[in-house]
Write a protein that binds this ligand. Structure first.
Ligand code: NAD
Length: 272
């Protein structure tokens, strides 16, 4: 006789995943839906990508809808939250995942390149987190659904701690996310809202395709990963599910690095 199936860890919860039409966001949306969450697949540019993710979730028996919004635009974020309330009544989980890279050496970086990355990666996370927190506080606790009144997960990066020449706008945005996350965690804990970050290492997604173009480039990337493999979106999906679930109810204000050891200074491994 087989043992009864475990209760899905995010049952009856509504999750918004920003930038979920590709890469890590798609992986997180699919993982959360598989644990029973109704998922809002936010996208900015690719309705096709978002529909594919929604289809995959629905075909597997889950619930998902796609909503378009540029997370760096306040009016679009407010409209997205109104639509979520109309569709699902409330929200329980926000995954602040949208992010971009616009690379240039410092000496050549334009203000526009700097500002674009800060607007999407940092201001976008602030706007969505503020709206999610407002909704959580207004709705209040629902202990029958989840121990915490709300959960916010910020997609940071190993570059919140590892400097990254040629990417000063991106590294600065991720360093900023660390203090955004910690300060929100401190401020929102009395409301029983948990705020944490995930710090992915190298995950195979469209954002870093060019860094994996040739076998040589891939080999060079692997020298930075002690665990010896490039990550997949599902590696981040499972971490996000845990951080959103009651299993991590006493965890707030941390960055959980999922990086195959990239933050272990692998250059020092044989240089002691
Ligand atoms: P990706 O390019 O597949 O995903 C980024 C998503 O953000 C895309 O779906 C894109 O459409 C969306 N987006 C861009 N601008 C937006 C806007 N203005 N409004 C709403 N959505 C917008 O790349 P990814 O690797 O899946 O990146 C997801 C997150 O993970 C990013 O925050 C990135 O910085 C972070 N990250 C990725 C890696 C990696 O190795 N892939 C490592 C560390 C951190």
């Amino acid at each position: 006789m087989s043992s009864p199936a475990a209760t899905p860890r995010l049952q009856n919860q509504v999750a918004l995943v920003t930038g979920a039409s590709s890469g890590i966001g798609a992986g997180v949306a699919i993982a959360m839906a598989a644990e029973g969450a109704s998922v809002v697949v936010n996208y900015a540019h690719s309705p096709e990508g978002a529909e594919q993710v929604v289809d995959e979730i629905t075909k597997a028996g889950g619930k998902a809808i796609a909503i378009k919004a540029d997370v760096s635009k306040e009016d679009e974020v407010l409209a997205m939250f109104d639509e979520i309330r109309k569709e699902f009544g409330t929200l329980h989980i926000l995954v602040n995942n949208s992010g971009i890279q616009v690379d240039a050496p410092l000496l050549e970086m334009t203000l526009e390149q700097w500002q674009k990355v800060i607007d999407v990666n940092l201001t976008g996370q602030f706007l969505c987190a503020r709206e999610a927190a407002r909704e959580f506080v207004k709705r209040g606790p629902q202990p029958e659904i989840s121990k915490a009144t709300g959960k916010i997960i910020c997609m940071s990066s190993v570059h919140e701690v590892i400097p990254w020449a040629g990417h000063v706008n991106y590294a600065t945005s991720k360093g900023g996310i660390m203090q955004l996350m910690k300060t929100m965690a401190q401020e929102l804990a009395p409301h029983k809202i948990r705020v944490n970050s995930i710090g992915p290492g190298a995950i195979a997604t469209p954002i870093n395709e060019s860094a994996r173009d040739t076998p040589e480039e891939e080999k060079s990337l692997l020298t930075l990963i002690p665990y010896g493999r490039i990550g997949e979106p599902a590696d981040i999906g499972s971490v996000a599910v845990w951080l959103a679930s009651d299993e991590s109810d006493y965890v707030t204000g941390i960055t959980l690095f999922a990086d195959g050891g990239m933050t272990l200074y692998p250059g020092f491994a044989d240089n002691g």
